[in-house]
Write a protein that binds this ligand. Structure first.
Ligand code: ARG
Length: 588
């Protein structure tokens, strides 16, 4: 279905042509002065030069050509030559009525593509902390935007499971339990099925080992050695490593589930270990990789660079693989397995240089087809009220789990203040609303920007927050259910006839913008656009709600139309929050 703004542009274009001007001058945009008009067209301004005429004369000609327009209800020329436009009420109602019955509200889609989303990216053996929130929340939303658009979207968590942190944990386990069979080179039997540690042990071991490695050179060297032996495939270390993965991953799964974040693939850096040798060999054969100070590198600088881009390191001088190596091998494998049209990485923006090097090296060495789009979405930091990275009260790293449960309890308290809601429902509703508070609080900020994690603000039922959006949906649900209790059928109501007031029309106009908004969010990978949109829809709905008595409206035709409008508003809001990755309760 054509977007409303495009229909308006076509209508203007025709009027320009009918008046003897170039139709391309008819571009319509949303008004920057909503107090004056709904839309505007500035084409006559640009025509002045071409036609040697004052812009307002051109605009007058165009306005005259629109005298009988069924699309515009008002066309007024403002000097020096702007054209202010209002949409015809019945035309708008007809447009929404058509949207209502179309799949995806008539959003235009293109041929489906295959998109891989690389997000989450936690490192095994370390607990998830607040820093992991953004990748998970933004990545999940972008995956859903892509999927809603009709593409095949594959979400891959890309675990950090192959680096020094594994060697550190193994080394510390060896210190504490040297008699384990994993460390006995002579052992040839099967290794125990049960891990020799719990997730709580792991969480204590990693920071301990990491701190010790910074002070104890010999210990650090052993950790490096163990990392290397692991990567080379030493049997006992592999078995122990598998235990670390299993224990850590099942804990992660629980955490991500609480965030309603789902991955299709639980691959990691280790997945491509066997791909690395062949890839490196080929890079050497093709003359792209060469030795520099003992390390193997690929040049990635380009003539047009304004800043110097250092070569991309492929292997360290001791032959060990690096973060870049596993990323390149992963690209190689993804290309072969999925032939993606695009791969999107969602990480901290401080990894920008890394991805620039990886993308360039991958293209240069032909690891991905030329038409594959590689995109890095770098996000900013989650800060506390002091503007510094978010910490616990005593200055420690905030665990993701703690953060979620803090917000859950704050929310439960609010929900319990509604005496109609039984305890069991209150707990469930609180976690739904808490999730909306966290996700909306994050997603409503443009990803690249830092933001302040303000629990007080995020959990408020008023203002630009997740709970406010949910509250609006709950309000609509309650009106619709009362309507049905009184014998009506919301699904049967039609949206015909002109709006009865300003707030109703404003709501209708904002609903009509859904398709264009989703398209933008898709092209820009920008969940914040959806947040801004639903905030506007919610505000317009609430103004409409306060201006009218919907269920007690006496004119039955008008009441029916309003119910249809509410039903559409609800469906659009619910679709949007589903794409953002959260849902609304029935009451709160
Ligand atoms: N594990 C990495 C980190 O903690 C993030 C991984 C992001 N994805 C990727 N393909 N490099 O920084």
């Amino acid at each position: 279905m054509q977007q409303l703004i495009d229909i308006l542009t076509d209508e203007m274009g025709k009027a320009f042509a009918a008046a003897g001007y170039d139709a391309s001058m008819g571009k319509v945009t949303v008004s920057q002065r909503p107090d004056l008009c709904e839309f505007q067209c500035n084409g006559a301004m640009a025509g002045a030069k071409q036609y040697h005429k004052a812009p307002f004369m051109i605009a007058d000609d165009v306005a005259a050509a629109l005298a009988d327009s069924a699309v515009f209800s008002s066309v007024s020329v403002v000097k020096p030559g702007f054209i202010n436009l209002d949409v015809n009420d019945s035309f708008l109602a007809g447009y929404l009525e058509a949207m209502r019955t179309e799949d995806k509200f008539g959003m235009e889609t293109s041929a489906p593509r295959c998109v891989i989303l690389d997000y989450g990216g936690p490192n095994v053996a370390k607990p998830l902390h607040v820093g992991h929130l953004r990748s998970a929340v933004i990545g999940e939303a972008i995956k859903r935007i892509v999927r809603y658009h009709g593409d095949k979207a594959i979400g891959d968590i890309h675990l950090g499971d192959w680096g020094l942190q594994m060697g550190l944990v193994i080394t510390e386990l060896q210190e504490r339990q040297p008699d384990l069979p994993y460390f006995d080179d002579a052992y040839t039997g099967e290794y125990p099925a049960e891990p020799p540690f719990t997730v709580a042990d792991l969480e204590e071991i990693y920071p301990f080992a990491s701190a010790r490695s910074k002070e104890d050179k010999e210990y650090y060297a052993r950790a490096l050695e163990n990392t290397h032996l692991l990567q080379e495939g030493k049997r006992g270390l592999r078995a122990l490593w598998q235990h670390i993965i299993n224990v850590s991953v099942s804990d992660m799964k629980r955490n991500y589930q609480n965030l309603a974040v789902e991955f299709d693939l639980w691959n990691g850096e280790s997945t491509v270990n066997d791909v690395i040798p062949g890839m490196v060999e080929k890079m050497k054969e093709d003359g792209f990789a060469y030795l520099s100070d003992g390390a193997l590198v690929v040049d990635v600088a380009e003539e047009t660079d304004t800043k110097e881009l250092p070569p991309c390191m492929i292997l360290k001088s001791d032959g060990a693989a690096l973060y870049t190596t596993t990323d390149l091998a992963t690209l190689d494998e993804r290309e072969k397995l999925y032939h993606p049209d695009e791969i999107i990485y969602i990480t901290d923006k401080r990894q920008e240089l890394h991805f620039k090097q990886v993308f360039r090296a991958a293209r240069k060495c032909g690891l991905v087809a030329e038409n594959v789009k590689l995109r890095h979405i770098g996000f900013g930091t989650v800060n506390g009220a002091d503007g510094k990275p978010f910490k616990t009260r005593d200055g420690g790293v905030m665990r993701l789990e703690t953060l979620i449960s803090d917000i859950n309890s704050a929310m439960a308290e609010k929900i319990r203040s509604n005496p109609d809601i039984p305890e069991e429902e209150a707990v469930k509703t609180a976690s739904q609303v808490a999730l909306a508070a966290i996700k909306y609080g994050d997603l409503s900020n443009q990803a690249s920007k830092d933001y302040i994690f303000d629990i007080e603000k995020f959990t408020s039922f008023e203002g630009n927050t997740g709970p406010y959006i949910l509250y609006t949906i709950v309000r609509i649900k309650s009106i619709l259910s009362r309507y049905e209790k009184e014998g009506g059928k919301a699904a049967d109501t039609l949206m015909v006839g002109a709006p009865s007031g300003e707030s109703e029309k404003a709501l209708m106009l904002s609903l009509s913008a859904f398709g264009g908004m989703m398209q933008n969010a898709y092209e820009e990978c920008a969940p914040h656009r959806i947040c801004a949109y639903i905030y506007e829809v919610a505000n317009n709905f609430n103004s409409f709600y306060h201006a009218n008595r919907i269920l007690t409206e006496e004119d039955p035709a008008r009441r029916e139309k309003w119910i249809a409008l509410l039903a559409l508003t609800k469906r659009i809001l619910e679709t949007c929050i589903d794409v953002l990755g959260f849902e609304a309760p029935d009451r709160m």
